[in-house]
Design a protein around this ligand. Structure first.
Ligand code: FAD
Length: 431
């Protein structure tokens, strides 16, 4: 049987990580992508650096090594918090292309005009070229066409301001404002960046945006502490939607959505690149199962869909809780809407042994999506399969059937017994 060729739409972190993962599994992969059309600086955490390394994106990792000390002015308090790593997105995206070339992935530069799915998918590019892949990975980020938005947060826009200042210590800061919040950064070479995120409605017209943003900077003590006088003048502005969106279906017959195309989170959670890499790192195994073990297609689709949805809700609730910490402005329209979205469920549900059960769920086994018995808890609805190498379901099944804890743990090495007792106590087991 000839292997289908795979076309990945978009060469952001999600598209690049998925393409390299599929290449490692032996597929012929072509990435089709345009370049990002605006400059931006983003902040990422240490775990993004770990995920980049894991995904084989070593050149991109080199672009994310500038640590910046981080200031936070939120709810009337000023804190200096650890650090984040600053990336210049245009240079980062160029490095992703070098990673793709090094992994022997073909990259076609161009703008995708139309994509048709179904029995014989095709992709057409501006300029007339048509590709006929066997499988399509949709990774065009927020620009990917949306079929049915399953879940959409309050309509939000971010205004990105960029100017060249004097070189200095890299720094980043976030501060709450009546209308929303601002994130700002200076790179070592003096490029300065300031971004306000606020409700999409009620914005001034495009021509007035530079002056509108400059007025906010003039009113900010944090801006005057971190930047020189140039920060107070109007700068080049680019407006971007930053509404949190979970795409309805994220995987189907011959296609899968990864990264922001599957779920785009509120930038306040500070986890955009991390979540885009998370969904991309699981995608190659899902695609491999769909293509080479079609009898497990339903399981593979369920695995991807459930994990994307769970990741989205987790980051949406993280964003909600950050908004909720800003109590001084709780009554302002921007804050009032976001402190209650997507729901009022706590980020972590309290332990409840009565809710613990054993169920069959999709898991990743030896590079394939498979099915196994896992332990489902209130806080882990997708289930926990192993804890430090110990399969949990057989042990929990026995406890639920009334066996004694000492009897169930008999035969396990002593350190494992301690770890399991601790985990069970954390789930509310008191027997
Ligand atoms: P993208 O990085 O968007 O990549 C998509 C690629 O597809 C691009 O190369 C694009 O050019 C290409 N493409 C799109 N349409 C077409 C087409 N028709 N034809 C050809 N190519 C196309 N995350 C963080 O971790 N930290 C931050 O500080 C941060 N700040 C953010 C601020 C704002 C205002 C926003 C909106 C997001 C922010 N994010 C941040 C999120 C982060 O940018 C995204 O989560 C991440 O880039 C998503 O990666 P991706 O690969 O899914 O998509």
């Amino acid at each position: 049987m000839t292997e289908p060729t795979i076309v990945v739409l978009g060469a952001g972190p999600a598209g690049a990580a998925t393409a390299i993962g599929l290449r490692r599994l032996g597929y012929h992969v072509t990435v089709v992508s345009d370049w990002r059309r605006f400059a931006a600086v983003e902040g990422v955490s240490q775990r993004v650096l770990d995920a980049l390394r894991h995904a084989g994106l070593g050149n991109a990792l080199q672009e994310a090594v500038t640590p910046a000390s981080r200031h936070v002015r939120w709810n009337g308090q000023h804190l200096r918090m650890n650090q984040e790593f600053l990336i210049d997105r245009q240079r980062f995206d160029q490095a992703l292309r070098r990673d793709l070339a090094r992994a022997d992935v073909t990259v076609l530069e161009g703008r995708i005009r139309e994509v048709a799915y179904g029995q014989a998918p095709w992709v057409s590019l501006e300029g007339g070229q048509v590709l006929n892949p066997g499988f399509v990975v949709e990774a065009r980020g927020r620009q990917a066409p949306l079929s049915a938005s399953r879940l959409r947060g309050p309509e939000t826009v971010s205004l990105l301001n960029l100017w060249q200042g004097q070189p200095g210590e890299p720094v980043s800061a976030v501060e709450s404002l009546d209308e929303g919040w601002a994130w700002m950064a200076r790179l070592a070479d003096g490029r300065c960046y300031w971004q306000i995120t606020q409700n999409a409605e009620g914005l001034p017209g495009r021509a007035l945006l530079p002056a509108y943003c400059a007025r906010h900077r003039q009113a900010s003590r944090l801006v005057s502490e971190l930047f020189d006088a140039q920060a107070l003048a109007p700068a080049q502005v680019h407006a971007r939607s930053s509404t949190a969106i979970l795409a309805g279906e994220c995987v189907g017959d011959g296609w899968i959505r990864v990264g922001d195309a599957a779920m785009a989170v509120d930038p306040l959670s500070g986890n955009g690149v991390f979540q885009s890499l998370s969904s991309a790192l699981q995608a190659p195994v899902v695609v491999n199962t769909l293509l080479r073990r079609p009898e497990r297609a339903e399981l593979a689709r369920r695995f991807h869909q459930q994990r994307v949805e769970q990741l989205f809700l987790r980051f949406a609730r993280i964003g909600r809780d950050f908004h909720g910490q800003e109590q001084d402005r709780a009554g302002q329209p921007f804050w009032a809407r976001r402190r209650g979205w997507p729901d009022d469920q706590p980020l972590h549900l309290a332990a409840d042994w009565r809710a613990v059960r054993v169920e069959r769920r999709p898991v990743l086994r030896d590079g394939w999506v498979d099915e196994a018995e896992v332990v489902v808890t209130a806080d882990q609805p997708l289930g926990v399969w192993h804890l430090q190498g110990v399969a949990l379901a057989p042990l929990v099944s026995k406890l639920l059937a009334g066996h004694s804890l000492d009897g169930v743990l008999q035969g396990q090495p002593l350190p494992q017994q301690g770890m399991l007792r601790q985990w069970l106590a954390g789930q509310g087991y008191a027997g």
